[in-house]
Design a protein around this ligand. Sequence first.
Ligand code: ADP
Ligand code: MG
Length: 468
Amino acid sequence: MPQGVADTGELDRVLGRLRQAVGDTAFRSWFTALSIERSEKNERVVAVPTRFLRNWIETHYGDQLLASWRAENQAVTRVSVVVEPRVAAAGRGGEDGEAREGETLVEPAEPSIPSEIGEDKGLLSAPLDPRFTFDNFVVGKPNELAHAAARRVADACADPVRAVPFNPLFLYGGVGLGKTHLMHAIAWHVRTHAPNRRVIYLSAEKFMYQFIRAIRYRSTIDFKEQLRSVDLLMVDDVQFVSDKDSTQEELFHTFNALVDQNRQIVFSADKSPSDLEGLEERMRSRLGWGLVADLHPTTYELRLGILQSKAERSGVAVPPKVLEFLAHKIVSNIRELEGALNRICAHMQLVGREITLESTHELLQDLLRSNERRVTIDEIQKKVAEHFNMKMSEMISARRARAVARPRQVAMYLAKQLTSRSLPEIGRKFGGRDHTTVMHACKKIEELAETDRTLAEDVELLRRMLQA
Ligand code: ADP
Ligand code: MG
């Protein structure tokens, strides 16, 4: 291909890959207006009609765009995006000098993104990640309840007959397990299927920030009105509001006002309502009114499923053996799992070589090591015995006095939580006890922790020490 001439066939193939990688919805929102501007030896220049689109693509899809291009043509090392308003494009000769001028031209007033996906103007809502859709969410045992609940809420909100299935929907689970993804997916679904519905998605921090700002500028009334006129309010990571009194108060009132008007609310947090610290009792009980759905730590099957789906979308052929290896080794959370896969894909595309188990090992040394730092049952028994001032031998003894039985149950509970051992394996480690005894211990500790603050704190403290 002669230099400087744009090859639209190549662009089409790259866009095909990109569509695979980001999914249909995001693709339609951000890439349909993209055209090829210029081709140099190693560089491609593409054009979009507005500055807004350019910025969005650069910040959210810069890497992906380059990766898709390189997957199509190894020689390309740089892809830049320029602004080229359509009006100017009509009479343009296509010379380089003029193409650059596009940058300084006045933009059309409205960015040419499909309006139903665009952000709500004037609302408080935070931007949504275009990759976080239901289409891109892989369902497995650990997240099936949370996923089903989120879908129900999304469908109900998009339905003309507004029915609120459960209010609030409270999603909770550890970091990187998909809470934010599900909330964004709900928002995308409603925005796409019922563009007139008002949806606000906010992190709890942003909620606090907006609220404090409103107080400063004496515009709390506006703030409240905005919040209370929505059809769907989602606040992410509410554990961060728990200590801040006035914000909690505000959230509580907003919450009540919305529930009264039959508007849907979705919250997420890293713990269940009953475990959230610094929460007023009335708030705690209200949070538990609707449906509380937790995202469990991932299983091997889910991790593999997610890797397969992401590898497929990225258009990079990662050997199944490598995916299995990653699913096996990176157990911490899905964010890290994704990070590992991205690293491998980027590496493959940069050096242009097949990835093998060996190179995976090398590439991911640090990640693999941190995922290996696993707690053993022995360590748990030792720490728990120390903490409760009892002999290690009591962990495996047959004695059933409360003073030794309770710490033993705590240790069993922690063993179940922090290791990947099965119930029978744990039982064996505790003086050959039956798996039902372990199960009973786990249930008992969970129940007690709901009412017995001291015990709950002990358990939490031990967990932190063991995981440090
Ligand atoms: P959380 O909010 O619970 O900390 P996120 O929703 O931010 O976690 O998820 C972390 C990353 O893992 C995101 O990139 C998200 O897309 C991805 N992820 C989480 N769960 C899934 C899933 N079930 N399928 C596909 N990707 C997932
Ligand atoms: Mg999150």
